[in-house]
Design a protein around this ligand. Sequence first.
Ligand SMILES: *Cc1c(COP(=O)(O)O)cnc(C)c1O
Length: 371
Amino acid sequence: MESNEKQITVTSPLLPDIDEFNTLLKEIWDSKWITNNGSFHKQLEKELAAYLKVPYISLFTNGTLPLITALQALHITGEVITTPYSFVATTHSLWWNGIMPVFVDVDPSNCGIDPNKIEAAITPKTTAIMPVHCYGKPSDTKAIQEIADKYGLKVIYDAAHAFGVEVDGKSILNAGDMSTLSFHATKVYNTIEGGAMVMKDEQTKKRIDYLKNFGFANETTVVAPGINSKMDEVRAAYGLLNLKQVDAAIEARQKVAQAYRETLKDVEGISYFDDMPGVRHNYSYFPIFIDAEKFGKTRDKLYFEMKEANVLGRRYFYPLISEFSTYRGLPSATRENLPEAYKLADTVLCLPMHHDLTSEDIERTLKFFKK
Ligand SMILES: *Cc1c(COP(=O)(O)O)cnc(C)c1O
């Protein structure tokens, strides 16, 4: 039987005020400049760099193309070490560059790649590491950089979940050679579709700006086989409005997390993440991990019971990327090589988490954990 109660979704897009958006649209219409580094695009890059505390940022049309472009820009080839516990786009970006993904197991304390297992996966063909700040939890950037420096590897972070995350007042996005963001509708901060790349110096920013515009350095010079992955003026304007309200949205998410933890701390067989000292979290997801024996119910049983009551969790990240048909034949894609990732994938459930959840929504979700 389908529930006729209101559907509670796992996420909900942060939307700008429509009248304010209309005002900006009118400006765009009047200017007749609708894409190609227009004034809203420039302004959003400036405001995002300041908000995120990063030196340089380049806007993209989604969060997958900056991954693909970062690999192009750094001429990454051969093998790249990455995590199977992420959204498929992480590994797809390697495949699109003809690079062999090498999956390394994760550390369950932050769901990111386990630095202690990286060295064993390095071969003479390894050229880079692509970690993910999973759920916005900071990866062990120091340990990863030490390995990269020792072996002469580049580090590209898929930071799609890590908008605004800071460690000791510093942006996590400054780690490694480059970091990429997604501004997809489902993320903490969105431009409907959109994304960005963060880099450390002006020269790299310039090169990336060429690459996202077919490689054009000027009217008559193409410096590389670039792609078209520019953000347009309409979405840049939308993004400027959302930037003004993203802090309030993150605060609202924090309150949801607090309410969840308050109840779940007493539930046997359920584990979740507490805030880490010195970290500004963005509460992008609220994953819980279910010990079926202690909780008395498997993850899937809980997931489908909630779904029937119109409370939609998501099994992020199940299946693992390494289990999809494209990748499951790779030498590193085995269960033996990835025991912790499999354990997470088999037990995880992300609870509804967004700025718009009401106390009734939270109560309806928590009912599944009360005796
Ligand atoms: C959302 C996401 C992406 C892809 O971003 P798009 O904007 O949807 O292209 C890449 N990696 C991770 C980890 C993501 O969650």
